[in-house]
Design a protein around this ligand. Structure first.
Ligand SMILES: *Cc1c(COP(=O)(O)O)cnc(C)c1O
Length: 399
């Protein structure tokens, strides 16, 4: 049994729970639970020299993954995505060490595959057979794909303005798709009601403990791919925040494993100007974020007005010495084009947002041109053609 998982722990009140029961939030304060591991034991086999022979997907770090029954690992090959040196983009910005972690090559075209592979695998191990989720887009496609692979039922509650690709893929993967008039928070209520009524297991992000375990593997990969060094800066497009807190969790685990020391990247949280609850809370010095009124942005993955893990994102950004910034939709679209033109990567608007943020932070002096910077391109633009097409239309030549 390679997984060294020992228990679950509430990230606010520190109450512990068994990982052998289906758990969602802490029963005391309804805050997220994290999986904890015996890292001393894991450190015996999870050593840098052992990695080259392992599977080229996120399950290569199996000691620090939660699944104990190997037969429950539901994988489509997610993770171990390339970390490209963005030399042409770097030249344009006067930087030598600019990297793009390209999550667009994941199954279902976004890094949501990591979280859902982990969550669906754990649901399988715990005997769940019917899953539900509210999603602004990519998470629903990923859940539907992994549920299909696992032979489970999938129910999706999605705002009706979610990108068309997300609606179509869910249907193709055999999920039951419920389009909702309203925001992701409204979809969340309907999903919770359906879960209660029909005995479905809700795998909303950070409302079950294991999606963050999938997403933390981005942190392991960045460090492994940089030769067991930590970058100076990681720029992350934040919706629910699972990825940024996952990468931060991975840093602490890797220190305990002896892979890195106390050095940490500055974690930069990017949100859209039209939906920036975390950025607002960061600058107000608040521990938790207020729900953001009238959220709007074409980057569906960042259209999250309230997140249960808000305090974890704020903690990570503050402890790391990072910051939080907003970018506009036109800036994102411009960055999508720039990344595509200079690097051959056609990023999701969320990925474009990280480049817009970098440009802003160079101007403000918060990132130096000498810093080693990693941009997280969290998905592929091919899932956003209906929203990106009109925005990019002015550059398509007409005859
Ligand atoms: C979901 C999503 C995000 C936001 O991720 P969180 O971990 O929820 O903050 C960013 N980009 C894309 C493409 C997404 O699908």
């Amino acid at each position: 049994m390679p997984s060294q998982i020992t228990h679950l722990e509430c990230m606010l009140c520190r109450t512990t729970y068994s990982h052998r029961e289906p758990m969602r939030l802490c029963l005391n304060d309804a805050k997220p639970l994290y999986a904890r591991y015996n890292l001393q034991e894991a450190a015996k086999s999870l050593i840098p020299s052992a990695l080259p022979g392992r599977a080229a997907n996120m399950w290569r770090y199996e000691e620090v993954m939660p699944v104990e029954n190997p037969g429950s690992v539901i994988t489509l090959g997610e993770g171990y995505t390339p970390l490209f040196l963005a030399d042409r983009l770097g030249d344009a910005l006067g930087m030598e060490s600019l990297y793009i972690k390209d999550e667009g090559v994941n199954p279902t075209g976004s890094f949501k595959a990591r979280g859902l592979s982990a969550a669906v695998s754990m649901a399988h191990q715990l005997g769940q057979t019917k899953l539900t989720m509210p999603s602004a887009g990519n998470a629903a496609g990923a859940m539907s794909a992994y549920a299909a692979k696992a032979g489970m039922e999938a129910h999706v509650f999605m705002p009706e303005d979610a990108p068309q690709a997300n609606q179509i893929e869910c249907v193709a993967y055999g999920a039951s798709l419920n389009l909702v008039k309203g925001f992701i928070t409204d979809a969340g209520k309907l999903s919770a009601e359906a879960a209660e009524r029909d005995g479905l297991f809700d795998v909303s992000t950070l409302r079950e403990p294991y999606r963050v375990e999938g997403k933390k593997t981005m942190g392991y990969e960045i460090v492994e791919q940089l030769g067991f060094q930590v970058p100076d800066v990681i720029i992350y497009p934040t919706g629910g925040g699972t990825g940024i807190v996952g990468i931060w969790k991975a840093m602490d685990e890797m220190q305990e494993l002896g892979w890195i020391g106390t050095e940490r990247p500055r974690m930069i949280c990017v949100q859209a100007e039209g939906c920036a609850p975390i950025v607002t809370a960061f600058h107000n010095g608040d521990e938790f974020a207020e729900p953001f009124p009238d959220p709007h942005t074409l980057a569906a993955g960042m259209r999250v007005p309230a997140a249960v893990g808000d305090f974890l994102v704020l903690r990570a950004v503050r402890e790391s010495g990072g910051t939080a910034v907003t970018v506009t939709d036109p800036e994102m679209v411009d960055s999508v084009r720039k990344m595509a033109t200079l690097e051959g990567i056609f990023p999701a608007p969320e990925g474009g947002a990280t480049l817009s943020a970098l440009e802003q932070l160079i101007v403000s002096g918060q990132v130096s041109r000498d810093d080693r910077v990693v941009l997280l391109n969290t998905g592929s633009a091919l899932k956003y053609l209906d929203v990106l097409g009109p925005a990019l239309a002015q550059i398509i030549p007409r005859t």
